[in-house]
Design a protein around this ligand. Sequence first.
Ligand SMILES: C[S@@+](CC[C@H](N)C(=O)[O-])C[C@H]1O[C@@H](n2cnc3c(N)ncnc32)[C@H](O)[C@@H]1O
Length: 241
Amino acid sequence: MTQASAENEGRGISPVEEPESLFERFPWLYAICRDHLFRDDTKRISSALWPVGVPAKGSSLSELGCGPAFYARHLAARFGHLRVTGVDRSGRQLRRARTHALARRLSNCTFEQGDVRALAWPTGSVDALVASRLFMVLSEPERAVAEMYRVLKPGGRCFIAEPRSALRASVPLQAMRLLATLADFGGERGRSYREPGGVSVLDVGGFRSLIKTQPWSAARHWRDTWYQYALCEKGPERDGT
Ligand SMILES: C[S@@+](CC[C@H](N)C(=O)[O-])C[C@H]1O[C@@H](n2cnc3c(N)ncnc32)[C@H](O)[C@@H]1O
């Protein structure tokens, strides 16, 4: 049973089976693309989230829609005192991420299965968030941004990185889809998967509008040829809020 159908059953709604996710079916293929094809923004993320150079002792960071947890693992390795959590819907992506974290003896890096549009964490409980290449595959991204705002502590920051080229960003999904077609050959005809054939990347205006759906005290956007970025800060708590 999928997580969504389990949730529905708990509410007395008859379970509706969602199609399988390609990220769940071929976690190793996405991990290869992540490790060898995509940009490594670890340094950019570190200096944006912690301009003083290091996170405060005991602070926490979560990578949302972490997949193989490239950033969760790299940041946990870089800052041994940071408490890092990777969250993803796909159990198999998380299993892979966990194996890699164990192999590197990262005792400060844990993983949770969940939906970034409905996080299980209390309001104001996380110091920093990273969301990389997430919105391009996510339906209802504004719900995820609302959750990001909610779970951040006052003064907390989030770093968002989204690709700008749909063609390049679609490469892993196209490769996974091709593999699925080959693997399903002779079996279930026309089997459908959760992800569409390609991804639709946000244009500059759409990216800004998405960020603006929450009342950040500060938000900076910037971009280069291949990526657009946002660094957002949640303001200090006001009386009565
Ligand atoms: C394109 S991958 C990005 C992985 C990683 N952040 C990176 O930088 O490569 C998108 C990930 O988001 C996950 N995902 C999609 N929808 C999700 C949701 N609603 N909640 C949690 N994770 C989700 C997928 O399982 C997949 O691992």
